[in-house]
Ligand binder design. Structure first.
Ligand SMILES: [Zn+2]
Ligand SMILES: [Zn+2]
Length: 132
């Protein structure tokens, strides 16, 4: 994998035979179930959870051609991450009470709330309060 320069964060680019190019962001691995890893899949433009072994199995040996091919997507990811760092929101999870921020966690595409590692977001909060 190749390390990507980013202030105060450890970010890596890797390439896997099945998922293609992905980004591993060390700061985005908080609160995950054990042996799971959160990766941003470049061609799908979204974050998914994978079994941590994915980083060992079928990983394609890094070469610069692959990096160059993915460079536009990587740069777009870096730009988006930079925006998230600038507009950082801090809150806590209504489900498990963990502290959350809009940089290290996903944003739910439906409710735009920060999505916790326990899967709580605004969608669940609305359901929870309607049912009472
Ligand atoms: Zn939570
Ligand atoms: Zn939601």
């Amino acid at each position: 994998m190749k390390k990507i320069d980013f202030p105060n964060r450890e970010i890596w680019f890797g390439y896997h035979s099945e998922v293609g190019g992905f980004i591993y962001d060390k700061s985005a691995q908080i609160g995950l179930p054990s042996k799971k890893v959160r990766l941003f899949i470049l061609k799908e433009q979204k974050t998914n959870l994978f079994i941590a072994d994915i980083l060992k199995d079928n990983l394609i040996k890094f070469d610069n051609t692959i990096f160059e091919k993915n460079k536009i997507l990587i740069n777009a990811f870096i730009k988006e991450l930079t925006n998230r760092v600038i507009t950082k929101r801090i809150t806590h999870c209504w489900g498990c009470k963990r502290n959350l921020n809009s940089v290290n966690y996903e944003i739910c595409s439906k409710c735009k709330w920060i999505k916790c590692g326990c899967n709580a977001c605004g969608c669940g909060w609305q359901r929870f309060h309607k049912d009472k």
